[in-house]
Design a protein around this ligand. Structure first.
Ligand SMILES: [Zn+2]
Length: 192
């Protein structure tokens, strides 16, 4: 994990930050911790080596959104993040954040410049090959999603069997992408 002294873009035009240098929140993690419901929590980031808490945010939860509150450079910020859901393979649903900037559906939001937003909006890149693989998987997923109705629902004209095949493909792509990401994160020895 990068330690102090990293200055984004300082004197380096065109240089993009890397995902691994940013604080982020992951909706899958929040779902596992049962935080996507009414309540209030605090979320902390720890240094990968020393395990010391390096920063934290307050979260006020609800079923359909969460309010993040935190201070950055002495300014208190409250950010409203919408939560949306898609159906899961084994029943139930999977949660996503809506990026507050582009309203895209994403698993993770990254803190940069005092605000949370998706990787694209924050202009963050992954390292090398993982980025290529993950990008490819996303593009395949986007093509299939374009054939389906909103939130992975079956369009009226589509046969049930076609729909089930496409949705299965989405789940496969999703787990392949998560594996690629876990692999990439693992190689960097990060704690997320
Ligand atoms: Zn975005």
């Amino acid at each position: 994990m990068a330690k102090g002294g990293l200055r984004y873009g300082a004197g380096r035009p065109g240089w993009h930050g890397k995902v691994e240098h940013c604080r982020s929140i992951d909706v899958r993690r929040f779902q596992r911790e049962n935080m996507l419901k009414p309540g209030s929590w605090s979320w902390q980031w720890r240094d990968a080596e020393t395990q010391e808490v390096v920063s934290s945010i307050g979260i006020i939860g609800a079923a359909t959104h969460m309010i993040l509150s935190y201070a950055t450079e002495g300014v208190n910020i409250r950010e409203h993040i919408d939560i949306t859901r898609t159906p899961c393979k084994l029943g139930g649903s999977r949660a996503w954040f809506r990026c507050p900037r582009c309203h895209g559906r994403v698993a993770k939001l990254h803190l940069r410049g005092g605000r949370f937003a998706c990787r694209q909006c924050q202009r963050l890149t992954y390292s090398s090959q993982s980025e290529d693989l993950i990008g490819r998987l996303w593009r395949q997923q986007a093509k299939i999603e374009a054939k389906l109705a909103r939130n992975w629902q079956r369009p009226k004209h589509m046969h049930q069997s076609t729909f089930e095949r496409l949705r299965q493909r989405l789940w496969d792509l999703e787990s392949a992408r998560e594996d690629a990401f876990a692999d990439f994160v693992g190689r960097l020895g990060l704690i997320l």
